[in-house]
Design a binder for this molecule. Structure first.
Ligand SMILES: NC(=O)c1ccc[n+]([C@@H]2O[C@H](COP(=O)([O-])OP(=O)(O)OC[C@H]3O[C@@H](n4cnc5c(N)ncnc54)[C@H](OP(=O)(O)O)[C@@H]3O)[C@@H](O)[C@H]2O)c1
Length: 278
């Protein structure tokens, strides 16, 4: 589906990694604070997807949101990215693993479809492999079956994306990557995405760029805008077309992260931040 037709794409994602027993309460809190898009994964090693589902259920019950208000995104993770708590039979084919992982996610999240389904990372750090091609086709099948509206890939290089484009006749709707300022905030991949109307989701915007948060340019902009350095980074990210993720556990930070949507930086400041760490 061309991205212009992909209605209901959010402007901020709340990430649920590393929350363990706090997953339910923090998901519910994020919804109460105003987040409407949740990122998770069926990868028990780093995410507790069933806990996220409990948080959603609590928010529905309390009348905070309905399923229709939400954008739910989850991921398929290869066995090598998992621990022993697998959401599929590892002896099954990759296509079957995708279907089993999706069925398990829908059960965890108590829904009949997610809004976005993402390949957590290609099987090789270098090439787009035959395994990835099989998984991508299986993910497309999930979409065609109505179990996800949109599909995407994560942790990809420009090389992966170019090889993927050569191998398949459908581009992802989303790319989700760690965004390092020192490589122009993942400029190569972002430009590839922009040309093809792929929405770029950026994570670790704060944790991968601690030197940026301390930079006098950012501190000065924050002071002038009566904002925090973190808010300046999120506002910058949005200004260059990144759909940001935050996984904050702090209610005050949740409020600040969402409020960064209302912060507009001068164009010259946006350009300066983009060049900052190169
Ligand atoms: N696809 C992948 O492989 C992948 C990998 C990593 C992450 N992700 C996704 O991205 C989400 C976000 O992960 P992340 O790597 O960006 O890290 P994160 O979990 O969001 O951590 C951000 C850090 O920044 C702090 N923070 C957030 N807002 C702040 C604010 N306004 N002021 C000051 N500090 C603030 C948080 O501390 P406090 O909690 O104290 O606020 C936390 O220490 C994850 O939950 C996950 O959904 C995906």
């Amino acid at each position: 589906m061309p991205i212009e037709q992909a209605s209901h794409v959010p402007d901020f994602l709340y990430g649920t990694a590393w929350k363990e027993d706090g997953s339910a309460a923090l998901t519910e809190l994020a919804l109460r604070m105003g987040f409407r898009a949740i990122d998770t994964a069926n990868q028990r090693r780093h995410y507790f997807e069933a806990g996220v589902g409990q948080g959603l259920a609590a928010a529905y019950l309390a009348g905070v949101v309905t399923r229709a208000d939400l954008f739910l995104q989850t991921k398929f993770t290869y066995q090598r990215g998992q621990d022993h708590r697998l959401p599929y039979n590892p002896a099954a084919s990759l296509s079957v693993q995708v279907a089993q992982s999706m069925a398990s996610s829908l059960e965890h999240l108590a829904t009949d479809h997610v809004d976005s389904y993402v390949l957590h990372g290609p099987s090789s750090g270098y090439d787009w492999t035959e395994a990835d091609a099989e998984v991508w086709e299986a993910i497309r099948k999930e979409r065609d079956g109505g179990r996800t509206r949109l599909i995407g890939v994560s942790n990809v290089s420009l090389r992966h994306l170019e090889q993927m484009a050569a191998a398949h006749n459908e581009a992802p709707a989303f790319v989700q990557n760690r965004c390092f300022a020192r490589v122009g905030w993942d400029r190569d991949v972002r430009l590839f995405c922009r040309e093809r109307k792929i929405i770029y989701q950026g994570f670790s915007l704060l944790t991968a760029n601690t030197e940026v948060l301390r930079h006098p340019l950012i501190i000065g902009l924050a002071q002038r805008a009566n904002a925090t350095s973190a808010q300046v980074v999120f506002a910058f990210a949005r200004a260059i077309g990144i759909l940001p993720l935050t996984g904050t556990s702090d209610p005050e930070h949740m409020k600040q992260d969402l409020a960064a949507r209302d912060l507009t930086l001068p164009e010259d400041a946006v350009q300066a931040i983009e060049m900052l760490a190169e």
